[in-house]
Every structure is written in structure tokens, then in C-alpha cells.
Design a protein around this ligand. Structure first.
Ligand code: GGG
Length: 357
């Protein structure tokens, strides 16, 4: 029996509620395909920080290195400032394991209410590739005269030719593989950010020359946000910096029905390190503890994990079960207008997976 070792970090808030559903679904699909998932849970996150002073142990990356993949929930808790929790857990993993390509698909499933008028199922079908290791998230900067009227804060965005080139190339390869509109849209704000983002734009044009079969366009981020709402059906593969990719994918999630349906894959495409799979949503302290968080973003992230591990058939089974549940419009959490609990939705996916011939 093929065994996959999965490091699991539920993290904070609803991360702790949705991750058990993701594991449950992986186990169910494993039974169907003769796959064994050995899960190792790590209690890292804000509670861990409050008792130890760090979000994860110093040797956390060494511990995770030997796993085949990482399943991550969410990070963030009102008890601790977000920049501490984010920079203490998730960002060091993304950077430390060189997970430079973050795939974030947005798809409008049948049965899911769309806030945009007149959109049909499948009409929104785009994928944002978010640069995941540098850009505006680089931990470079500082304060002087902290807390005084003279306080100064400097925050530096980092764009390297290598960093831009590899993520842009990844986007082009994906557009070829998807074989849909064969369009790659690059998003920057190079009229204002005249150094780093000009380097990005130039690199985009250079890489594009190697892909004559793929159409290209470059948009400023404000225009891209507008078009995500006005004509999302236009897009295929979108490649953007760390911050812009993050912002665009919240729009992508909400126009396709809910943050609770948006999965992501933080990939080290060369497979030198484990890749990490997580819902796009955060820890949602406003609903944590009610048992109503939508687990489908996590379940679809588990599906992306299986795809990356080469278990395409198992991945398709999860995708099919999710599609069916959404299309039936019966069992759904409140974000989609239903009354089901997190566990009930997870159970429904498991049941479908177990029954499907
Ligand atoms: N599951 C993703 C998560 O916990 N996100 C919290 C967050 O605010 N992340 C910021 C980011 O990914 O840039």
C-alpha cells in the first residue's frame, strides 16, 4: 500500500474545525485507491505562541522537511497582532521550503450563488499564481523613534529577476497544461512602483517570448480588480506579486460564491521540499467555535495535494463529490445560504466518495 506522510498544522480558529474534515476525506479516498495517509499533527499557532513565545519551534522546518506534504488550516487570533502570527508560522514555511508558486483557482460551481448577475456555472474558471516568497512580503524594514511623533517605518519590497522569472514561467507552463484560453495575465502597479515592478514587467515580456502559443496581457492591479468583477470570464491564468496575488484571490473567492470554497497550493515545483496545501481563508474568529465553517476550501486543497502527489484519479473523485454536493443545493454551510455544520458537509463528501462506483 502506498503511504504518504502528511504534516498537519490546523493552526488557529476555524483552521482547527476544517482540517479534521480534510483529513477525513483523504482517508476516505485512500480507502478507495489503496493509499495510506499517515498524519502527524503539530499544535503550532497562537496558543503555542502564548505558552512558548514562538509560533512554531526553532527546528520546525527541520521537523516538517521529511513529510511528503503539509496540510495547513489558518493563522490569526485576536489575542496576538496578525503580523506576529503570520510572520511566525506560515510565511517562514512558504519561504523556507521555497514554495514560490501559490496556485489559487476560482471556479463557479453549479448550485453556488454568484454575487455577479447572470454568470453561469463554469463561466468563472481562472487561476491566480501568486508569487509566494518575496515581493511585498519580504521581511525587510524597520522602525526608528518607535512610538514617538517622529516615528519612521520603512518596508521594502523585494523583486529579484530569478524570483520573477521562475514564477512567471510557472504561469506560462500552467496555461499550456490547462489548455483553455491559453492566456496569461500579468498584474503589477509598475506605473507607481517603478523599480521592482518594472523588473517584473520586463521579465514577463522576456519569458513570454518562449511561449508564442500563449497570449499575454499586462494589467495594473486596479484595472485587474475591476475586471475580476466586471468580466471574470475573460481570465485564464493570472500571475501576480505576493500582495496583489493575495488581494486578487479574495475577489476571486467571493465572486465564485464564498471564501469557504477557495483552495490553495503553495508549491515547490522542483520538489526539493514539501509543498503546503491550505484554504485561502483565514482563522475567522467571528465564527470560530460555532461549527459552521465551510470545510470545502480545505477539502479542495486536499484535492490539490493529491494532484500534486500524482494521485490524479483520487483527486478527481474528491472534485466530483464536491461538485455533486454543491449542485444538489441541500447540504451546505451558512456562507452558502444553508444550515449544515462543518462536520455534516465533511460527512456528506465522505459518504459520496465511499459510494461512488
Ligand atoms: N489559510 C490561510 C490563512 O490563514 N491566511 C491568513 C492570512 O491572513 N494570510 C495572509 C496571506 O496568506 O498572505
Amino acid at each position: 500500500m502506498k503511504t504518504y506522510r502528511i504534516g498537519v498544522i490546523p493552526g488557529d480558529g476555524i483552521g482547527k474545525e476544517v482540517i479534521p474534515e480534510g483529513k477525513k476525506v483523504l482517508e476516505a479516498v485512500g480507502k478507495r485507491f489503496g493509499l495510506k495517509f499517515e498524519f502527524t499533527d503539530f499544535p503550532w499557532g497562537t496558543e503555542y505562541y502564548l505558552s512558548t513565545g514562538e509560533m512554531m519551534p526553532e527546528d520546525g522546518l527541520d521537523t516538517l522537511k521529511s513529510f511528503d506534504a503539509i496540510l495547513f488550516g489558518a493563522v490569526g487570533d485576536p489575542k496576538v497582532p496578525d503580523h506576529i502570527t503570520l510572520h511566525g508560522l506560515i510565511l517562514p514555511i512558504r519561504r523556507g521550503f521555497d514554495q514560490y508558486a501559490c496556485e489559487r483557482p476560482s471556479y463557479l460551481y453549479a448550485g453556488v450563488p454568484c454575487p455577479l448577475v447572470g454568470k453561469k456555472p463554469g463561466e468563472i474558471d481562472l487561476i491566480v499564481i501568486r508569487e509566494n516568497t518575496e515581493g511585498e512580503y519580504a521581511p525587510i524594514g524597520g522602525h526608528v523613534y518607535l512610538g514617538t511623533p517622529e516615528e519612521v517605518a520603512v518596508q521594502t519590497a523585494v523583486f529579484t529577476r530569478r524570483g520573477c522569472e521562475r514564477v512567471i514561467r510557472y504561469a506560462f507552463e500552467l496555461a499550456r497544461k490547462r489548455n483553455k484560453k491559453k492566456l496569461v495575465t500579468s498584474v503589477t502597479k509598475s506605473n507607481a512602483q517603478g523599480f521592482g515592478m518594472v523588473l517584473w514587467d520586463r521579465t514577463f515580456r522576456e519569458v513570454a517570448r518562449s511561449y508564442p502559443d500563449i497570449q499575454t496581457e499586462s494589467l495594473l492591479v486596479d484595472a485587474a480588480c475591476m475586471d475580476f468583477v466586471r468580466r471574470p470570464e475573460h481570465f485564464d491564468v493570472v500571475v501576480a506579486s505576493n500582495l496583489f496575488g493575495d488581494i486578487l484571490t479574495d475577489i476571486g473567492a467571493i465572486i465564485s460564491g464564498s471564501m469557504g470554497l477557495a483552495p490553495s497550493a503553495n508549491l515547490n515545483p522542483e520538489r526539493r521540499f514539501p509543498s503546503m496545501f491550505e484554504p485561502v481563508h483565514g482563522s475567522a474568529p467571528d465564527i470560530y467555535g460555532k461549527g459552521i465553517a465551510n470545510p470545502l476550501a480545505t477539502i479542495l486543497s486536499a484535492r490539490m495535494m493529491l494532484d500534486f502527489l500524482g494521485e490524479e484519479e483520487a483527486a478527481r473523485l474528491i472534485e466530483g463529490a464536491v461538485r455533486k454536493i454543491l449542485a444538489e443545493e441541500k447540504i451546505r454551510t451558512p456562507d452558502l445560504g444553508g444550515k449544515a455544520t462543518t462536520k455534516e458537509v465533511g460527512d456528506a463528501v465522505v459518504e459520496l466518495i465511499s459510494q461512488t462506483q
